[in-house]
Ligand binder design. Structure first.
Ligand code: 4AD
Ligand code: MG
Length: 435
């Protein structure tokens, strides 16, 4: 079959008002009433309603539309007409229709399905309006992150995924057989290599998948997640917080500018996101403990915050809050102690508002050789595996620092989702390795 018109993507349809276009996609939904079919077509870039009246097409085309099933792939042509009532502002008056591939008994119907049912069919679920909107926001978040660092003179330096040792504690490592004799571990963070890269290149970032064998089944934990990690030579804790603040504001602002359609499709209250401006409140761990106790939440100095604690803390603020100086013993081995008070670390967690929890974790790093060696021993880490890391303190050590921002945590917050599993195309969790 031949179709007349200009090939167009639905997101660009406004440019073709009054013109004949060809759209290629899938049938999302159909409504029919004797003399007219309403066919909602999606092409990945958006959704549009096509209107086919019996009078405008030949009999065969009208009958084809009559039997068109959900998710059949189609090529259609028609004239673009502005319509104020249409969600995207335009409709298509259809002239031709061709089915490319049929679709019998599509398993995800407009009725309600349970989450497990949908996650088992994730490869199809991502075609839905909400899920495709989330993935488009995710792509925007990632693009915003990359531009932010690229535009500021940071050098992207990749870090390995197979690693010989732990970065963020030994309890969440995934071992992998590495050839015959050796065990490697999937990386938990690119940070240690980032530190070496920062000594070579000044300001660097890495961005890739990271792995945690978290045995927890919370809505905030994935076993495979994407993290962007900047690292800066000569940076101190305040520089790290400034950078984190700038990054978060920059990402949220860009998504608000470019992904309004998607945020609307997700029913996100964007007024909450519009509040994400500098400066973020900065409080210490000590302040935070006091705030929790004042709010009637029993919490003892020395522990790490759980999700309910983070929610309670964040609820006192209308924008992300930076919490600094946690007790060293609840944090990683590489964190620089506060010289004024060595039991706390020069670290920061950024907590998102509205109960979305920690989105960023970072710190100043130990610069002194002897102290770092002591910490490695205290944490029972194998010194041999860290010789190269100790070299950074042997040869021209400087204060430095950085942080990691979890992409799925940020996407979950920006999209207003209940669970991280919807913020990544194919979630990996304690109970899920399929599809
Ligand atoms: O706080 P984390 O563990 O910090 C680090 O890994 C540092 N080495 C980063 C650095 O300083 N370069 O993790 C950083 C962020 C968290 O704030 C959170 O956003 C995300 O990574 N994250 C997870 N996201 C999803 N699932 C998990 N299991 C996560 N664990 C951490
Ligand atoms: Mg953390």
């Amino acid at each position: 079959m031949t179709h007349e018109g200009t090939l167009a993507y639905i997101e660009d349809i406004a440019r073709h008002e009054g013109q004949r276009v060809i759209v290629r996609g899938w049938l999302h939904a159909r409504r029919s009433s004797g003399k007219i079919h309403f066919l909602t077509v999606r092409d990945g870039s958006g959704f549009i309603q096509g209107v086919m009246s019996k009078a405008a097409v030949d009999e065969e085309t009208f009958r084809l539309a009559d039997h068109l099933t959900q998710e059949s792939s189609v090529i259609a042509s028609g004239t673009v007409r502005a319509d104020a009532r249409a969600p995207g502002g335009f409709e298509l008056d259809l002239a031709t229709l061709e089915v490319v591939g049929g679709s019998a008994d599509y398993p995800i119907t407009p009725k309600e399905h349970g989450v497990d049912y949908l996650m088992d069919r994730r490869h199809l679920w991502i075609r839905s309006e909400r899920q495709s909107a989330v993935l488009r926001v995710r792509a925007e978040v990632i693009a915003a992150v990359r531009s932010f660092f690229d535009d500021r003179g940071f050098i992207l330096a990749d870090t390995p995924i197979f690693t010989p040792a732990a970065c963020e504690g030994t309890s969440t490592l995934f071992p992998v057989q590495y050839f015959d004799e050796t065990t490697a571990y999937l990386t938990q963070s690119g940070q240690l290599y980032n530190e070496a890269n920062a000594m070579a290149l000044g300001r660097v970032y890495c961005f890739g998948p990271t792995f945690r064998a978290e045995k927890s089944k919370t809505r905030r934990h994935l076993s495979e997640f994407w993290m962007v990690e900047p690292e800066v030579a000569f940076a101190r804790l305040d520089d790290v917080i400034d950078l984190a603040e700038d990054l978060v504001v920059s990402v949220v602002t860009r998504v608000l500018e470019r992904r309004q359609t998607e945020l609307k499709r997700l029913d996100r209250d964007v007024s909450k996101l519009e509040l994400v401006k500098k400066p973020f409140p900065r409080i210490t761990y000590d302040d935070a403990v006091k705030m929790l106790n004042d709010k009637g939440q029993p919490f003892e100095w020395g522990g790490d915050f759980g999700a309910p604690d983070e929610t309670l803390l964040a609820n006192s603020f209308d924008r992300p809050v930076a919490v600094t100086r946690y007790p060293s013993k609840v944090k990683a081995f590489y964190m620089e102690p506060d010289p004024q008070r060595p039991d706390v670390a020069l670290c920061v967690d950024v907590l998102a508002p509205e109960g979305y929890g920690e989105i960023i974790g970072g710190s100043q790093r130990i610069a002194d050789y002897d102290l770092l060696l002591r910490r490695i021993k205290e944490h029972d880490l194998p010194k041999e595996a860290f010789e190269w890391y100790l070299d950074l303190r042997r040869y021209g050590t400087v204060p430095h620092g950085g942080f990691g921002m979890g992409i799925e945590r940020v996407v979950t917050w920006i999209c207003g989702l209940d669970h991280l599993r919807e913020a990544i195309p194919y979630a990996r969790t304690l109970n899920r390795l399929y599809p």
